[in-house]
Design a protein around this ligand. Structure first.
Ligand code: CO
Length: 293
């Protein structure tokens, strides 16, 4: 009786071994191959593109020898660039290509500012690439810039440190975040407004499309008695919103609105991607994801 059991166990073990081999033979198991995918909204503004290039360089330095790819989420930007002969993939297409090329472990960095709708869409789609047959063994999406209180404090400190040297303490600095009416992560901007003011009561954050809006902060700005305001984007690059809604000459730009209130306005066209120490916060998030591979 005992002998029969032993034989049965051996048969089962051989069977499992055989199955495993069969998987390997049919190419289900690939040697470990890691990649990084950087995902941003995308930009067609040449100065902003240079910022992307700098970030690319910084990532390649920090992860030397690793494969680094890009994906732009904006189809408008992608088709605009395609007309100029520059073809950039969507994150989904970039992932499909990596899958085709037998990459097994992918860390995706969301170069967004808040964990809002774009981040969550990216996260959802990226996860599916880990679920489909022949998909990645592991795919992780690193957090965007402002994903914890610690991130907010670091970013606020580093932006304040690099404000124009000539700015006097009684002068207002107003940062422009994007903001959204469609996602609760919009609350990060109100939190950032508080974090900045804890460090410097004349540094404020408002948004283009979310809360707080400029209107919400105007009473505070007027009450401060400041004669001069610096406008600074709280966005990866100083793109369309910074150039037009913030610093443009149209009557509804932040610059025009504050000038109409009698303030002297100095726009600072420098996105968060242009402060190497702020980019380091994104890199820390990427490192945390990549360290799981
Ligand atoms: Co926008």
């Amino acid at each position: 009786m005992r002998k029969v059991v032993h034989v049965a166990v051996i048969v089962v073990l051989l069977g499992l071994f055989g199955l495993n081999n069969a998987f390997a033979i049919h190419g289900k198991e690939h040697p470990k191959k890691k990649a990084i995918l950087l995902v941003a909204f995308g930009t067609s503004v040449p100065e902003a593109q240079k910022v992307y290039e700098k970030i690319d360089e910084k990532v390649r330095q920090a992860f030397s020898g690793e494969e680094v790819r890009w994906g732009y989420t904006s189809d408008i930007i992608r088709s605009k660039l395609a007309k100029e002969g520059k073809s950039i993939d969507s994150p989904e297409l970039a992932l499909a290509k990596l899958m085709e090329e037998n990459y097994t472990h992918v860390a995706v960095l969301s170069l967004h500012t808040i964990p809002g709708a774009e981040f969550h869409d990216l996260n959802r789609n990226a996860k599916l690439y880990g679920q489909m047959a022949g998909g990645f063994e592991r795919i992780l999406v690193a957090w965007p810039l402002l994903s914890s209180h610690e991130d907010m404090v670091k970013v606020a400190e580093r932006i304040i440190k690099h404000l124009p040297a000539e700015r006097k303490p009684e002068e207002v600095v107003l940062l422009m975040g994007h903001g959204t009416e469609h996602h609760p992560a919009d609350a990060v901007y109100a939190a950032m407004n508080q974090v900045f003011q804890g460090m410097d009561s004349n540094v404020l954050v408002a948004t283009v499309e979310g809360y707080p809006a400029l209107n919400d902060l105007l009473p505070q700005i007027e009450k401060s008695g400041a004669q001069k305001a610096y406008l600074v984007p709280l966005m990866l690059v100083a793109g369309d919103h910074a150039m037009n809604d913030m610093a443009g000459d149209e009557p509804d730009s932040w610059k025009s609105i504050l000038e109409a209130k009698g303030l002297q306005v100095v726009p600072v066209l420098k996105g968060t991607g242009e402060y190497p120490e702020v980019v380091d916060v994104w890199l820390d998030h990427l490192r945390a994801a990549f360290s799981h591979f």
